[in-house]
Every structure is written in structure tokens, then in C-alpha cells.
Write a protein that binds this ligand. Structure first.
Ligand SMILES: [Zn+2]
Length: 85
């Protein structure tokens, strides 16, 4: 994979280095975890930055029909709420 360059962090000015991260996206009632996403991660505040082509690929995955996804494995996700009962 080609090495990408990232500017310093927009928020804190920290150094941004490329790492492989997991991204959890939800859209239209679907939740998908995308693993091994190349992202620039700020070494001070942890803010993530994605190159346009990476962001576009994640958007594309979110729009692929469920049955056409190449699902690697599935997770059970607990849901909790902070709403007053
Ligand atoms: Zn930062």
C-alpha cells in the first residue's frame, strides 16, 4: 500500500501518522465495521483523517447491497441508552 502524507492536526497541531484503523459506520439503519482502513491519526488528540479515495470507498461499501457484501465475520453489538427512564 502506498504511503500517504498528512498535514499536522487541524485541531491541536499534533503530528499525524498513518495507521490501519477500524471504522464503524452507520447509515440508514445499517451498521458496518470496516477493518484495516488507512487513516492519518493525530498522535496527540487521536483525530482521524481520511484521504478522499479512502472515504469514497467507505461510502461505496455502505451502499453495497447486504447480500453482495463480502462479510468477513459478524459482531453482536449491545445497545444502551442514556435517556431518562
Ligand atoms: Zn490532534
Amino acid at each position: 500500500m502506498k504511503k500517504r502524507e498528512y498535514a499536522d492536526c487541524y485541531f491541536c497541531g499534533g503530528q499525524v501518522q498513518e495507521k490501519q484503523v477500524d471504522v464503524i459506520r452507520h447509515w440508514n439503519g445499517r451498521v458496518i465495521m470496516i477493518e484495516d482502513v488507512p487513516a492519518g491519526v493525530c498522535n496527540q488528540c487521536g483525530e482521524r483523517y481520511y484521504w478522499g479515495d479512502v472515504a469514497e470507498e467507505m461510502d461505496r461499501i455502505m451502499h453495497v447491497a447486504e447480500k453482495e457484501l463480502q462479510v468477513k465475520r459478524e459482531l453482536r453489538v449491545p445497545v444502551v441508552t442514556l435517556a431518562a427512564t
